[in-house]
Design a protein around this ligand. Structure first.
Ligand code: NAD
Length: 424
């Protein structure tokens, strides 16, 4: 009865195909709610927009932009905006669906959404980037809003991009609407603690998982792929807890140091040069060798599809913390499970970011702002409670944490679906 979507051709290992496989695995744990499961396989709304801008030299360039609202059943859409040359509709669909799962897994009153532009932002000047952001915001303005869908930063977008989005939306509606995006600069209604919130969530879930494994963070060896917002913040927190960052990889290269990379030098080096390559405090290794580095905890915090079967076979860590969205392919996931390596899945591991985005949104509505300590404490509590509930579910059904997270989240989404009923 239900034909597959005609507008994407997923494969079992592509982002949307990976997500569909995850939904298939969770069906046996949904009981009678499974009759609503098809709603999870169909994004509610997918918008593709043309984003034309005038370049600094007078030429006109066109870019393809997207905003997908996978689910609005539990509340407004919520999810980041990505600028990357490999962005596709299929990728944005999968990322928006994972946002639905993540928001439900931590019980935030949101659906799931995601956006992106197929662009290499490193090739644009700052003024071109601003024009791109403003035009994109106007184009998707028909479906976003503080009560409809609230974008946030993702790969290659930051607080400045959010400020431009907020300003453009506000100009179009004729009133300052701080709650239309999260991840804004602090003095524009941003929240303390937001910049490092995703990395903090990775740390908190890692701390809890390590405790269950009997792995002490004092002296634990950590390898991090992706040294951007998420990876570097997580690395700093693990370092503060006594762990050693023994390897770091980003799009420029890979560096290792068995005694621990000195973050006080590495972070400024990355800021100055744009990547970890050339860092004098470590030894350069081939990118493929990063996956076989001797470590206790591995944090993929770059892009999806990075942990593939051949790499999963080389991993020496006991614990994998998925800072990135969708970093592990389904077949690699099976290998890691077979090898007894514990994976804390993206949909709970990196949920700290959207949790503090939720705090930001709440603060914007009430125009009353919390201290950083309050934010970090509330983040810790929400993530720990959510993870405990997921772990209990995993133990009860004897299933991996990923399937358990999907079970908890899908049950919440489909229960809301059933209670709301079908319109009209
Ligand atoms: P970022 O742009 O700040 O950093 C991305 C990092 O990945 C950079 O260090 C980059 O060099 C590296 N990278 C890119 N391509 C790579 C490659 N081929 N090999 C190795 N490294 C590569 O982005 P971010 O905000 O840190 O996001 C990273 C991941 O975390 C993404 O999957 C994103 O969806 C996810 N995430 C981000 C947030 C957030 O709040 N920023 C929240 C949840 C999930």
């Amino acid at each position: 009865m239900n034909e597959p979507l005609s507008y994407v051709q997923p494969t079992p290992e592509s982002p949307w195909g990976t997500y569909l496989g995850q939904i298939d695995r969770v069906l046996p744990y949904l009981g009678p709610l499974a009759r609503w499961a098809e709603t999870l396989r169909r994004p509610k709304r997918s918008l593709i927009v043309d984003v034309p801008i005038e370049l600094d030299d007078g030429r006109i360039a066109h870019f393809e932009g997207y905003r997908v609202q996978h689910s609005l059943t539990r509340g407004p859409g919520k999810g980041g905006v990505r600028y990357h040359p490999d962005v596709t509709l299929e990728e944005v669909m999968a990322l928006s669906a994972w946002m639905s799962i993540k928001n439900a897994a931590v019980n935030l009153p949101y659906g799931g959404a995601k956006g992106g532009i197929r662009v290499d932002p490193k090739k644009l000047s700052i003024k071109e980037l601003e024009r791109l952001t403003r035009r994109y915001t106007s184009e998707i303005g028909i479906i976003i809003g503080p009560n409809q869908d609230i974008p946030a930063p993702d790969v290659n977008t930051n607080a400045q991009v959010m400020a431009w989005m907020m300003d453009t939306y506000s100009m179009n509606v004729g009133a300052t609407a701080t709650g239309v995006v999260t991840g804004k600069p602090i003095h524009l209604g941003g929240s303390l603690g937001r910049v490092k919130a995703t990395g903090r969530g990775v740390f908190v879930t890692g701390r809890e998982a390590a405790r269950r494994l009997g792995l002490s963070l004092e002296g634990a060896r950590v390898a991090v792929q992706g040294f951007g917002n998420v990876g570097s913040a997580a690395a700093e927190l693990f370092h503060q807890a006594g762990a050693k960052i023994v390897a770091a990889q980003d799009h420029t290269g890979s560096v290792v140091n068995a005694r621990g990379l000195d973050l006080a030098d590495l972070i400024p080096h990355v800021r100055r040069t744009g990547g970890v390559a050339g860092f004098a405090g470590g030894e350069a290794i081939a990118d493929e060798d990063f996956w076989g580095v001797d470590c206790d905890i591995l944090i993929p915090a770059a892009l999806e599809g990075q942990l593939r079967p051949e790499r999963a076979g080389r991993v020496r860590a006991r614990l994998i913390l998925e800072g990135a969205n969708g970093p592990t392919t389904p077949s690699a996931d099976d290998i890691l499970n077979d090898r007894g390596i514990l994976v804390v899945p993206d949909v709970i591991c990196n949920a700290g970011g959207v949790t503090v985005s939720y705090f930001e949104w709440v603060q914007d509505f009430s125009s009353f702002f919390w201290t950083e300590d309050e934010i970090n404490l509330r983040l810790d509590k929400i993530v720990v409670n959510a993870l405990k509930h997921i772990w209990d579910t995993a133990d009860r059904h004897k299933i991996p944490l990923r399937t358990a997270t999907f079970a908890v989240a899908c049950e919440r989404i489909l229960l809301a679906r059933e209670e709301r009923g079908l319109y009209p």
